[in-house]
Design a protein around this ligand. Sequence first.
Ligand code: ADP
Length: 547
Amino acid sequence: MLGLMQSQPLLISGLIEFAERHHGDAEIVSRRVEGDIHRYTYRDSARRARQVANALDSLNLAFGDRVATLAWNGYRHFELYFGVSGSGRVLHTINPRLHLDQIAWITKHAEDQVLCFDLSFLPLVQAVHSRCSSIKHYIAMCDEAAMPKDSGVPNLISYESWIAARPATYAWPNFDENTASSMCYTSGTTGNPKAALYSHRSTTLHAYAAALPDVMCISARDAILPVVPMFHVNAWGIPYSASLTGAKLVFPGPAMDGKSIYELLEAEKVTYAAGVPTVWQMLLTHVKANGLKFSHLKRTVIGGSACPPAMIRAFNDDYGVEVLHAWGMTEMSPLGTLCTLKNKHDTLSDDEKMKIRLKQGRAIYGVDMKIVGETGKELPWDGKTYGDLLVRGPWIVREYFKNEGGDPLVYDKAGAGWFPTGDVGTIDEDGYLQITDRSKDVIKSGGEWISSIDIENIAVAHPAVAMAACIGVAHPKWDERPIVAVVKRPGMDVSAAELIQFYEGKSAKWQIPDDVVFVDAIPLGATGKILKNRLREMLKDYVLPIG
Ligand code: ADP
C-alpha cells in the first residue's frame, strides 16, 4: 500500500520560489568584481533568475545542455545557480585556478554550450576560447558599459543586456527530481579530471541536511559569508541551504585576502563563515597583526583539508569563535561529517571537549560510512583501528559523468555499493571520524602507518612556521620515513634541530619526522590544497640523512 501524501519533485527552482515567497526581503550582499558593494534581496534574485531562464531559452538551449561559469562568489553567479538548473539545464562551475589545458579539456568533455564569466577572467577566456570548441555563446557578467572593447572573444555579450530584455515571469518546468542539475570536476591530481554530476534531488536533500543544527546550523537569524568558492562543489551547498532557511548571504567576490574578508564580516554583521584552512590562516594573521576582534562572528565551518588544532584553538580561545570541523569531498556534494558535540559531552572539561572537536566529526543523516581493511572486512569503531573509508548515500556519486573511469563503487556481500573515498581514518565508539591521511599520502614506516596530517599539525603549531607539508621518503630499513617541508613565517627563524625538538612529547618517538627541509613555498592545487605529488617531485633529489 502506498502512502497518500502529495508527491512533488524536489527541484532547485522550488528553493528560490520558496525564498521569494517566504523571506523575499532577506538580503544578499556582494562585493563585486567592479570593487563596490552590491545589495539586493532574494525577491530581486528570484526575479532575475527567471530572466536568466528566459534568456537561456532565447539561445535555444535544450533541456540538459551545459552552461559553464568562471565566476567568483556573487549575486550574478547565484542567479545562474537557479536560472540554469531551474530551467532544466546543467550548471557547470569551472575552477578558474585549473591549468588552461585542463579548462579547455573539461569544457569539451562537458560539452558546454555557454560560458558566463566574471571580467577578472577575461584574460583566461581570451587565452582558451579557441580550444573550447563546444562553446557557442560567451557572456561577460557585467553591464553594457563595462564591456571590454575588441576582446577577441566570439559572440561576447553582456549579462545585464542579455537578461534585461527578458520577461521576469517564467513557469519553472516540472520534471523528474533525479534530473542532473549541476556538475563539478574534481581537481584530478593524477590523470584527467572526472565530474560529479549532481541531481535536483541530491542537491535538495543535501541542502536540507546541511542546514541541520548538528551540521552547518544555518537559520534565518544568520548572516553567512561563504569564502568557499561557488566554483568548487557549489560552495558546500550554502547558496541552496541559505535559500531554504532565509539566511542573509554575504558574497566576498574576488577579494579573499584577510583584510577584505574581515571588513565584510564586520560591516555586514556576519555571524557565520565557511572556508578552507588556508583562507582562515590569512584572516587570523590579519586580525592578530592589527589587534582586531570579531564583533558578530559566532562560528565558522572549516574543511576541505585537515584543520590544524592551532587554528581551532586560536578561533576558540582568542576570539570566541566556534570552529566546526567538516569533512567531505566533491563526490559527496560535499558534506560527509561535521564535528559537533553530543549531550553527554556537556560535563567534559574544555580540554576533553577540544580533543573531540579536533576530529572530522560524525556522519550526517544521509551519509553512511565504514572503515575497511585490505580484505574489505569492516573494522571496529574503537578510535584506534584505521582503515580505508567507504561511504554511501543519496548525495554521493554512483558513477562519474560519461562513466569516466568505470564503476567506482565497491560492493559488500549484500550487494550494496560503497564509494571509496581514498581517505584513511579511524571511527570511535561515538561515531566520530578522524582522518589519518589520504591513502596515497600515508607514510608506511616499518609496517606501521604514520599520519602526515598529524606531523603537519604539530609543525604549524610552532610560531615560526607558516606552512608545513609532510611526505614519506625511501629508507633502507624502514621502507619510508617522514620528512617535513616547512615555509617559515616572514621575519622569524627556527632551525631543523629546534623543530624536531618541538615534536618531543607531542608525538610518539618513531613518528617524529627524520628531517626538516626549508622551502620558499609549498605547491598548492586549484582548491588551495597541498599538492604532495608536486612536492615529492620538487624534493626528488633529496637524500635522507641516515645516521
Ligand atoms: P579535490 O581536492 O580533488 O578537489 P575534494 O575537494 O573533493 O577533492 O577533496 C576531498 C578530499 O579532501 C577528501 O577526500 C580528504 O582527503 C580531504 N579533506 C576534506 N576535508 C578534510 C578534513 N576536514 N580533514 C582532512 N582531510 C579533508
